[in-house]
Design a protein around this ligand. Structure first.
Ligand code: ZN
Length: 151
């Protein structure tokens, strides 16, 4: 007997997001592009924040007049955050190198249709009437559990 998957709100949010990403990006190529863009946007943002914090830290160290906004962070906070972000940036860099290898892979159209077919099974449209009816049958509850989150 398999264990029930956790139903806490964080996990539910994760399942929903997981299924959405399969449903909206059902091919190998779309998953490649999605994940590449996602790594890149994370890296871009982390780098930008790192540069900004470094700038603030060096202004502090050169004893220049610092603006009110920059006093918001203590030197220790800046140093700690920079250490953390530098590790994250290094990890992201490694992931990017691996993603590049995945990005080099090309999949035939025949295999792509298998991806689409299985994506449909894994993550059918939650608003599809059949899916809603099925869910009600499975859960044997009058209310579709995700109802409150459907727009
Ligand atoms: Zn959970």
């Amino acid at each position: 007997m398999t264990e029930e998957p956790c139903q806490c709100s964080d996990c539910q949010r994760f399942y929903k997001e997981h299924d959405r990403l399969i449903r909206e990006f059902p091919t190998f190529k779309q998953q490649q592009e999605l994940n590449w863009a996602s790594i890149q946007s994370f890296r871009t943002l982390c780098n930008k924040v790192t540069n900004e914090l470094q700038r603030q830290l060096s202004e502090r160290e050169s004893n220049k007049d610092i603006s009110q906004e920059e006093k918001y962070f203590s030197a220790e906070e800046l140093t700690d955050a920079l250490d953390e972000l530098e590790s994250v940036n290094a990890y992201l860099y490694s992931i990017e190198a691996l993603m590049e290898r995945i990005f080099d892979t090309k999949i035939s159209n025949k295999i792509e249709s298998k991806f689409k077919e299985l994506a449909n099974e894994l993550a059918p449209d939650p608003l599809n009437v059949d899916r809603i009816i099925l869910n009600r049958l499975f859960h044997q509850t009058p209310d579709f559990p995700d109802k409150k989150n459907i727009n």
